[in-house]
Design a protein around this ligand. Sequence first.
Ligand code: PLP
Length: 434
Amino acid sequence: MARSRYPRSERLFASSSRILAGGVNSPVRAFKSVGGTPLFIDRARGSRIEDADGHKYIDYVMSWGPLIHGHAPKGLLKALSRAAARGTSFGAPTELETRLAQRVAMLMPSMERVRFVSSGTEAAMSAVRVARAATKRDRIIKFEGCYHGHADSFLVQAGSGAMTLGVPTSPGVPKAAAADTLLARYNDLESVQQVFSRNPGTIAAIIVEPIAGNMGLVLPQEGFLDGLRTLCHHEGALLIFDEVISGFRASTGGAQKIMEIRPDLTILGKIIGGGLPVGAYGGRLEIMDLVAPAGPVYQAGTLSGNPLAMTAGLWSLENLSAKLYKHLAKLTGTLAAGLADAAREAEVPLQVNAHGSLLTPFFTDQPVRDFQSALSANTERYGAFHRAMLSRDIYLPPSQFEAWFLSGAHTPRDVETTLRAARQSFRELRDTAS
Ligand SMILES: *Cc1c(COP(=O)(O)O)cnc(C)c1O
């Protein structure tokens, strides 16, 4: 038998599997949908990530989105070590929280009041709670394939890890919790209209990823988000944008800025934590004034507004620039076009969705615009492609239904190297296809 290329990762996974549930702390990390051993990571810098066996990869996971400036930027490390020296948590207000909130509100003017929490999941859960309190209604509309974290009411036809595990609706979610989550189809306003007409006067909010990143990257079609805004006005429901991925990635002001739509509430995470655990929700003053202690809607957190997390978030937002977004768009454009060309040459059906610094190559011949068309992708092929790329030192998301993330640390050389590996990998796929 050939010697494994990843002996240490294999040993580490064997021991983690004897103590951690499933050997990991988040399902997609286990590589179940692409096969092979999950790589254990030792360190990372810039666009590179290094596994426990000493292999270095160009990283397109980037911790699933937070690292828009790349791994371990020097300025961030310096700011963090200065902050840590003052103490790691106080459980009391700090000036840092106000400064980060001001920065968020400046970049995203719809966030008139902000509340920090420790994850995107918490932010989404809390935003829906306050939306329900504000409207005195219980039901929400969510879209098939959108992911808003793992709170009960969102685990209905959810994207991300829930999709590749084949359990789009998780056991353990009480029927009652799921019953108030009504589903509509992404990019299909009529499906939303239908849900409203069947449930008159009972829908608190629509929650949507304005750029969907958790069924693979799916872009909103012209008029879709505007339509949601209008419907919400008509129906007295709130519009909640989940910008955990698109916030500060689609533009400095997220998707809402480029699409010129003002949601009532916004959910943030990932980039605002700069690689530390953070989430935030916020929006219209009179809605956020319902949150305790200003109002009666309870929501709290031992580590909310943690000084290290606030420091990382501030550093990340302060270092956003027009130049960064230009760089990201150019690299992502080259990578997306290069992948499409390489697949065409190898006669492998591929649809590449791309926007800003995000892309997903779907192994299908039909355009991907919603959950159903995303599911037409050949996940076996993606798995084979993933393994082929990994053997060429390119680290891709271990699932067909996740976005690839670029960072300011990625270079044109990185993209060139990636495309060379992709050309070889697509050819390999064609030659081994039965
Ligand atoms: C990642 C993500 C979440 C959940 O954030 P966590 O920090 O993992 O809880 C919610 N919504 C979207 C759109 C996400 O991409």
